[in-house]
Write a protein that binds this ligand. Structure first.
Ligand SMILES: NC(=O)c1ccc[n+]([C@@H]2O[C@H](COP(=O)([O-])OP(=O)(O)OC[C@H]3O[C@@H](n4cnc5c(N)ncnc54)[C@H](OP(=O)(O)O)[C@@H]3O)[C@@H](O)[C@H]2O)c1
Ligand SMILES: *[C@@H]1O[C@H](CO)[C@@H](O)[C@H](O)[C@H]1NC(C)=O
Length: 325
């Protein structure tokens, strides 16, 4: 009897181990890597949220390829720290920090104005900054905070910089979205979450909005030499978990360590879309693991994209003259 129980138990353990190893091997072979060795000397890139996580590694890679890289950060001290580290590792001194706080549209406008005044060109814009776990509060602009940081502010920023990107064509805009966009049920009359709000749904919707904006902008910028693509970085062990429940994270940490990507791996698809020869001229597509893949049906809905675009224009107070499309 004891043996039967023990044997049964042993078999279960072996089975679980086999599955765990199998998954690990599968991930090892499917994790996308940007294989391009392309240098981008003389080009200028902006990476938002570049002080930590996926953004920092994206900036690190682009700096390593010779570009001038502007780290757009809300916390200048943390930004300077990352900047020093990137310069020390890459020996590229053309890395600098500028203030961008997405929770304030004024900060977005000031940042864009400063870029337009100081930069002759802009070749790569990586909209990477994003947040989860924020409380449901309104920003000073009267927008739902999570939607503003993840969608409205990056939308405004991109619109304000589009003229410079066009002038510098061929140039590339990259939107860091997420796989969770597939769970979004976006209601256009609740884009700003005034009717009802749940945290995960707002996050999921913000990430769907990223893809819809990328696709709509890709259509608007057809034949200008500016490409716009979106991506899922993978499940990445970054700082994004900082706001989540601590006990939860402690229990899950060993598993997260084993199966999640580190930030260098998490940056690969962003880097691929920013530099690779393979995606020259490719626009309005969604990528994961450095490969084009299909987003949800809603993400491909052109009518929905147009509505989200127009509603976002209204909500951020963007006038056609401010945008050189
Ligand atoms: N990690 C994942 O598994 C995963 C999966 C799918 C998609 N993503 C997406 O990947 C992107 C990067 O995330 P991550 O994992 O690298 O997260 P992270 O380590 O938390 O980094 C997020 C970055 O965004 C910045 N940020 C947050 N709020 C901001 C604001 N109001 N204004 C300006 N910058 C702000 C953060 O600055 P502070 O340091 O000052 O807070 C930080 O630099 C996000 O768009 C996220 O949605 C991540
Ligand atoms: C949002 O996506 C997550 C997957 O990350 C899912 O678990 C959650 O249920 C979704 N939220 C809603 C309200 O559908």
């Amino acid at each position: 009897m004891a043996c039967m129980f023990n044997c049964f138990f042993t078999w279960w353990i072996l089975l679980i181990l086999a599955v765990m190893i199998g998954v690990k091997i599968y991930l090892f072979f499917t994790t996308g890597v940007c294989n391009s060795a392309r240098r981008i000397d003389g080009k200028t890139a902006i990476v938002t949220g570049a002080n930590t996580g996926i953004g920092k590694e994206t900036a690190m890679d682009l700096a390593g390829r010779g570009a001038k890289v502007i780290l757009a950060c809300r916390d200048l001290d943390k930004g300077e720290q990352a900047c020093k580290e990137i310069i020390a590792v890459t020996h590229n001194k053309q890395v600098e920090v500028r203030k961008l706080d997405l929770s304030s549209l004024e900060s977005v406008r000031n940042f864009a104005k400063n870029i337009l005044e100081t930069e002759e060109r802009l070749d790569i814009l990586v909209n990477n900054a994003g947040a989860g776990g924020l409380r449901n509060v309104k920003s000073s602009d009267g927008l739902q905070m999570l939607m503003q940081v993840n969608h409205f502010a990056p939308f405004l920023l991109t619109c304000l910089l589009v003229g410079l990107l066009k002038k510098s064509a061929p140039s590339r805009i990259i939107m860091v979205s997420s796989l969770v966009h597939k769970y979004a049920k976006l209601e256009i009359d609740n884009l700003n979450f005034e009717k009802w709000f749940t945290h995960t749904q707002a996050y999921n919707c913000s990430k769907l909005a990223n893809i819809l904006v990328a696709n709509e902008l890709a259509r608007k910028l057809k034949d200008t030499g500016v490409t716009v693509n979106s991506l899922h970085p993978g499940a990445v062990l970054s700082d994004i978990w900082r706001h989540w429940d601590k006990t939860y994270i402690t229990v899950l940490k060993p598993i997260i360590r084993l199966y999640f990507k580190d930030c260098v791996e998490g940056a690969q698809t962003s880097v691929y879309l920013a530099v690779s020869e393979e995606v020259e001229g490719v626009t309005g597509k969604y990528f994961s693991d450095c490969k084009e893949t299909k987003p949800s049906k809603d993400a491909l809905d052109e009518g929905l994209a147009k509505k989200v675009w127009e509603r976002s224009e209204e909500l951020v107070g963007l006038t056609p003259e401010q945008m050189d499309l």
